[in-house]
Design a protein around this ligand. Sequence first.
Ligand SMILES: *Cc1c(COP(=O)(O)O)cnc(C)c1O
Length: 355
Amino acid sequence: MYPKLVIDLNKVKNNLNKTIEMVKGSGCSLMIVTKGYCADMEIYKLLEESDIDYLADSRIQNLKKYEGTTKERVLLRLPMISEADDVVRYADISLNSEIETIKKLNDAAGRLNKKHKILLMIDLGDLREGIFFENEDEIYHSVEEILKLENIELFGLGVNLTCYGAVIPKKENLSILVDIAHKIETKFNIKLQMISGGNSSSVYLIGKNELSEGINNLRVGEAFLLGDETAYSQMLEGFYDDAFTLEAEIIELKEKQSLPVGETGVDAFGNRPVYEDLGVIKRAIIAVGRQDVDPDHLHPIDPSISILGASSDHLIVNADKTESNYKVGDIVKFKVEYSSLLRASTSSYVEKEYK
Ligand SMILES: *Cc1c(COP(=O)(O)O)cnc(C)c1O
């Protein structure tokens, strides 16, 4: 069945070992982030056998699949109050920034007779989750409130960078997090176990030996999956970028002109597309679409074909310059970037195959 996401477990394992070597070699503990591929259970088996410390995901449904794991489970997205019970049930640690939510987690933990650990998130300027780093009063007030809660342990601090604001982690911003942690420790006479210094955009600092002292955890998804550090989009040495590939089938192959005929309005997604006049070209329609991939972040492995566009269920490819003699029914292979991997993993129309 096509389309198909092909997962090369040997390459995944290679990337996993390289990630462990890199992150744990730097002295940090390692959370492997599993949301990029919908917490696939074959990959879970590799993780379970490995030396990683935590399984982390943004969705409680994914953490729930890891029932019985020997690793600690971490919820990455700030909990919804409406899911507080499940958060305590299925996560050992969650990332938080709202005292109201933390109080609800405390209540849930009481009901379930558990202790729940939290990382208090600090926003160093990326403007996604966390208490803004300049609002020291809010930070201290939150800590004070958290320390009153019987069933919550303030396990440490965390920051997330790059995902929204595209802010690059550096010694300058990460050291602010370490500083805040030290101030909290002194002010409240407590020890914070974990200072989590970000995601795949922080790993480049390890190579440069510039990860701020005091950062003792990283949460890594994309670098592990696709082998790239996400601050400057460089491939990491010894990693594979094709542990995941997508295969899809040609359903039409015809020569047509490259400009639509007639007055044009908006496409199926409300965009007003602009087309380049390439004359009459051989075009392939491939049976995969925006529902299953992100066509802007998908790359044919055959360099002589290129993506022209896509609708929900169709990918249109320029097959004019290729020497390969494609026919209807042939399978075309693609490398995936993160957004395509995410969609392909989530789409119920995409089969999975392991090799
Ligand atoms: C998704 C996510 C990560 C992992 O990001 P990558 O860039 O895939 O390494 C880490 N932390 C949080 C809070 C996340 O939401």
